[in-house]
Design a protein around this ligand. Structure first.
Ligand code: ZN
Ligand code: ZN
Ligand code: ZN
Length: 380
């Protein structure tokens, strides 16, 4: 069944209708006859319900013309979509039962299209059967068609991202309650997970507690390593609030005063993160923001320790477009939301990262995370 929470505030019908209209127009611009959107964040963006992805086909067919969109659902999944205002959205709902061929239903509705775009996360088992059912049509990805819509957030989406950021800031503010020598990363992580929910998220999507050498692995999870006096600890945490929008923020903590070499390198990282945030404005490119952090680290001899891109877009997905990386010449536009999260990673020793979500405004940048950026020294 779908993972619908009791309280799942969806955008109103007028907002969803405008998104569907823009999706049609974007499909037409991409010379695509129809979008085939399976369960996931694209579906939630378009109709306010993400659904769930299983072996039975659930798909929203959005034609590029003004023919009605069609929501094809297994009859047993239909109750999960009861809150979708299908009448106001002009969506035809077609249910099917086991024994019927849902791919034929889609094929019959589509006629003879030249090109259809399937959602990026649709399972291969559906993609290949749809290919057989819609003979002769080229299949492309819907992600590049929808990203123009999803990258620039509207006021309600930005308000949700702000609430998510405030919630995760409150969790970081409490870190001293949990992060102490003698406890394992997993124990600290369990407390953080509980607090993420207590502060307003539906669940914790990820909890990274990278202590000592584990901090040098950017996507570390938690382990049974016991926190030691003198450790530097990377804590990267986030999850969705009921509206579906995600938080994602990293702060780095020190258990006792760190040695001066670590403090000096951390200070460079802090300047690099600040420089990247200051580089965010309409018209600057994603590449420019990445370069602002990377150049500063490189000048200080730390460039080779920064082993990932500077950031990623965030919204209904934790990682989405735009990706803030070298070579991405995408010009930033007001309403784009993404992370700025440079790090330095000394393999086998320690690591540090500072991560804020920021929004491109009409003339600059609005950082959503407001916790101090300094290395936070906790009692050893
Ligand atoms: Zn990451
Ligand atoms: Zn993160
Ligand atoms: Zn991130």
């Amino acid at each position: 069944m779908s993972r619908r929470s009791l309280h799942n505030p969806a955008p109103d019908a007028a907002t969803l209708r405008a998104r569907l209209d823009r999706a049609r127009a974007a499909a037409a611009d991409a010379a695509t006859d129809a979008l085939l959107i399976g369960p996931g964040s694209d579906l939630r963006y378009l109709i306010g319900q993400a659904g769930g992805s299983f072996e039975r086909l659930s798909v929203l067919l959005v034609p590029a013309t003004d023919t009605a969109p069609v929501l094809v659902l297994p009859a047993l999944e239909a109750p999960g979509y009861v809150d979708v205002p299908t009448d106001e959205l002009g969506i035809d709902v077609v249910t099917w039962v086991d024994g019927e061929d849902p791919y034929r239903i889609v094929g019959d509705r589509l006629g003879k299209p030249g090109r259809v775009a399937v959602s990026d996360t649709m399972a291969a088992l559906h993609v290949l059967r749809l290919r057989d059912a819609v003979e002769g049509a080229e299949q492309t990805l819907a992600g590049p068609v929808l990203r123009t819509l999803r990258m620039c957030k509207d006021a309600a989406e930005l308000a949700a991202l702000r609430r998510a950021a405030e919630a995760i800031d409150r969790v970081h503010a409490r870190m001293g309650e949990w992060l102490r020598p003698g406890r394992t990363e997993a124990e600290v992580g369990a407390d953080i997970t509980e607090a993420i929910v207590a502060e307003g998220h539906t669940h914790a999507d990820f909890v990274i507690v990278g202590s000592g050498p584990n901090g040098a692995s950017p996507h570390h999870d938690v382990s049974d390593r016991v926190i030691q006096p003198g450790d530097v600890v990377v804590v990267d945490i986030g999850g969705p609030i009921p509206e579906g929008y995600n938080s994602d923020s990293t702060r780095t903590y020190a258990i006792g005063e760190p040695p001066s070499k670590i403090a000096e390198e951390y200070a460079v990282l802090q300047r690099a993160q600040e420089a990247a945030v200051q580089a965010v404005r309409p018209g600057a490119t994603a590449h420019d923001v990445d370069a602002a952090a990377r150049d500063l680290l490189t000048e200080a001899g730390l460039g080779e320790l920064f082993i990932h891109r500077t950031g990623h877009g965030i919204g209904l997905d934790v990682h989405e477009e735009p990706y803030i990386m070298s070579g991405n010449d995408l010009p930033l536009q007001p309403g784009m939301a993404f992370s700025v999260e440079p790090g330095v990673y000394r393999a086998g020793e320690w690591g540090a990262r500072i991560e804020d979500i920021v929004v491109v405004t009409a003339d600059g940048v609005e950082p959503l995370n407001r916790r101090p950026h300094e290395l936070v020294v906790l009692p050893a």
